[in-house]
Design a protein around this ligand. Sequence first.
Ligand SMILES: Cc1ncc(COP(=O)(O)O)c(C=O)c1O
Length: 416
Amino acid sequence: MDILERLESNVRSYSRSFPTVFVRAKMSKMYSRDGREYIDFFSGAGALSYGHNNEYIKKKVIDYIANDGISHALDMFTEAKEEFFLAFEEKVLKPAGYDYKLLSCAPTGTNAVEASLKLARKVKGRPGIFAFTGSFHGMTMGSLSVTSGKTVRAGAGVQLTDVTFVPHPCSFKGDVIEYIENIITDEYSGVMKPAAIILETVQAEGGVWPMEPEFLRRLRAMCDRQDVLMIIDDIQVGCGRTGRFFSFEEAGIVPDMVALSKAISGYGFPMSLLLMKPELDIFSPGEHNGTFRGNQVAFIGAKAALELREMLDLEGKTKQNEEFIRQFVKTRLLTLDDRLQHRGTGMIHGIDFEALGDESLSGKVANECFRLGLIIERAGRKDCVLKIMPALTIERDELRAGLEIIEKAMTKYLRQ
Ligand SMILES: Cc1ncc(COP(=O)(O)O)c(C=O)c1O
C-alpha cells in the first residue's frame, strides 16, 4: 500500500473511503489482500450493474480475445460493433419504440456529455445550456460547466460559461417548469434562450433525488413549446438501474439526446454512447473524434449484458429487490430516528442524514459499514446521504446481509 500512497496523486478519493488493497472480486463480493470479504453496495459507481466478473459476460469476452478479435479500431466498421448495434436495436430501442442514432464517444461518461452539449449548440445555433442545481455530469470542461458543485467547478481554474442553473424541484417551493419557462420567455429575464436543458432523472451524486414522471412529462412539453432540446444524462441510472432500460421510460417521454456509459459495457470496461434523434445527427464526418471512440471489447461485453438482462429478467428482479429494500429501510432503518429520510427507485436508494444536524454522521456510518464488511459510498450536499447501489444481479441473502450491516452501523451511532 505504501507505494500507492506515495506515488498516486493526492486527488485519489475512493481509496480514502475504502483503505485496503483489493485483489479479487466476484459478483457482489470484493476481497482484500488481508483476507477480508466485502459486500459491494457501490458497484463501481454504477458501472458494475451485472456484478464483478460476471461469468456469462466474461466467457464472451475471453472467447473474443482468444480468437484474436479486433481490440482497437477507432470508429471503423467491425463485427463487434455491428453485433452490439443489432442487439441494442432489437432488445432496447425497438421494444421501447425509440428511434435513435448512436454515437460512440471516447471512453467515459463525461465524453458523451461533452458530445451532447456540442451537438445541441450546433443544432440550435445558441450557446446557452440550462442545467439543474445539484447536478453532476462529469469532470471535463463542458461537463463541469453543467455540474453544480462549486468546489469541483472552481477546479477548472477558468470561467465555465454559457450555462444557467435552474432549481431542482427538491430545493424549490414554486413551480420549477413555470420558473424555467418564465426566464426563457421574459424579454427582461437577462437569460438568453438555451440550446438545451440537461438533466438526470435521478440525481445520483446529488444525493439520490428522483424527478417525478409528471415533472418529466411537463418538462418535455415545455422544451417542445420553447424549441429547446432535452438531454437526459442516463449515465448512472440508465441501463436498468431503475427497472426499465432507460430511467425515463416510465414517464413515457422521448428525450432528444441520451447519454449512456457506466453499466453499458456490462463488465466495467470504459464505454460511452450518445443517442440522438435522427434529425439531430448533423455532425460532419470526424467533427467529433477520438482515438478510443468505440472500445471493441466493451462492445462484446455490452452485447452479452443485453442478453443477460433478458435471460435473468433483471427488470423484474430489480422491481422485487426494490420492494425488499423499501420494506427494510422503512421498518429497520427509518425507525432508528424519525428525522431520517429515504428516497430511491429500482436499485438506487439514499438514506439522508441531513435533518439530524450532525454533518459527520453519514461518514461515521459509512466507515463503520466498511469496518463491518460493506462497501458503500455517500452522496449529496455535505455528503450526508448514504447511497445504496448494489449490482442488479445481487442475491437476496447478500442484499439482506448488506442492509443488516447498515442497520448495525446506524444503530451504533444513532442509539448510543
Ligand atoms: C450522471 C453522471 N453523468 C456523468 C458522469 C461522468 O461519468 P465519467 O466519470 O465516466 O466521466 C457521472 C459519473 O459519476 C454521472 O454520475
